[in-house]
Design a protein around this ligand. Sequence first.
Ligand code: ADP
Ligand code: MG
Length: 479
Amino acid sequence: MAGENPRQAAMRGDQWERIRQRLQSELGNATFNSWIKPLKLDVKPDGLVVIMAPTRFMRDWVNSHYSDRLTLHWRNEDAEISRVNVELGTGNGELHSIDVLKADGDAIEIEAPAPKVVQPGAKASSPVDTKPREAENEVGAPLDRRFTFENFVVGKSNELAYAVARRVAESSEVNFNPFFLYGGVGLGKTHLMHAIAHHIRQRDPERRVLYLSAEKFMYEFVQALRFRDTMPFKQQFRATDVLMIDDIQFFSGKDSTQEEFFHTFNALVDHHRQVIISADRSPQDLDGIEERIRSRLGWGLAADIHPADYELRLGILQSKAEKSGNITVPDTVLEFLAHRITSNVRELEGALNRVHAHASLVGREITVEMATEVLKDILRANNRRITIDEIQRKVAEHYNIRLSEMLSARRARAVARPRQVAMYLAKQMTSRSLPEIGRRFGGRDHTTVMHAVRRIEELAADDAGLNEDIDLLRRMLGA
Ligand code: ADP
Ligand code: MG
């Protein structure tokens, strides 16, 4: 293959470009920019490809989350390639390599020089001060002691943000600058930032960590302007090793504050100090923030937190309930809350606290009925359309059968009855027609659904147990 070098290289380059474009449309801009864009392609004289990630963390993350996709796309381009696996060294003179496994099974390991991981050493526009830290407590906001990594429950929706936060907290080098954390309200951004601060302060008390809200930053800045003395202001920020500014969307439209923030930011980044920023949206989406700042904010690593799914909501509730001591909250109530309160974690916590408070004040037992009553307003706000899917899942869970059995042709009573209950609820709780419901239950006829609905009505008339089941299911589903 040697000798075809330039042509091979150009061909690989084109393939990689096509793959990148496909990945961008599949993964979306934010994910693409964080993980795929920084990857570099190198082509060896024999036509083999080397994909390099600039940091170990990035390599691991790409390998565990995107290697299947990368492989798939590469194989589309070249059927000879059976697997693509990014493997990098630490960056300090160590070699980076990637295995490209040819279809015949020969592993070929290629080594490539390590790409630079250090920040570009541009000259600082304003020098970073190295004075002692006495100013820190004046501007920094206090940290919430409960906001630790230990108290943070990890699920699919926040695993990336959590992993990067831990990485930033544990590493004494600056790998991602800035670390940009974004997501909707009440999803744990502030919690993670405080957790990073706690961790660093504990591990390395010498490192100067400063956490504050964007609002506080602006307040301090305006104060400094008023007294016509911005030097101390500048100095105290530039003397930090780790600067965290929370809810930066607050800077929107506030031009001079943005300007000042940008100088501080650049000075710190140029000196390899860690900057951590949070916002309610991605850097690109920060309207009212200057374009050059937005683009600069996206240079590091952006990680988003999505709304928690059911499992995570339940996990968070269980963890909070465990810690809250003497009042026990039954599992059914936790499940009920996890099902019904979907907006954000803060509301979820609020609901649990309210139920708690009510139970201890009024001395009432905590039940689903009681929670329904106490949380009427929150529940209403969280109301949503119920799908046949959810009904099937919830009913299967309740009767401890598999979802596939719900849709199967099996007629054993242990499966047929729950199936009828699910059909009944689907008829009651959704606006789907009988034929539609039948289709969704493994392609059954609408008369089967009709029969199921009647049968359950009949049975429920004098079966208190069944009645209770239906009642509970309905509440779990959010009627
Ligand atoms: P944000 O800053 O994103 O608006 P917060 O960090 O203030 O949200 O989180 C709101 C509340 O929810 C806090 O009490 C926080 O401890 C809690 N919380 C959020 N996510 C989690 C989680 N994954 N595990 C445990 N508690 C969480
Ligand atoms: Mg917050």
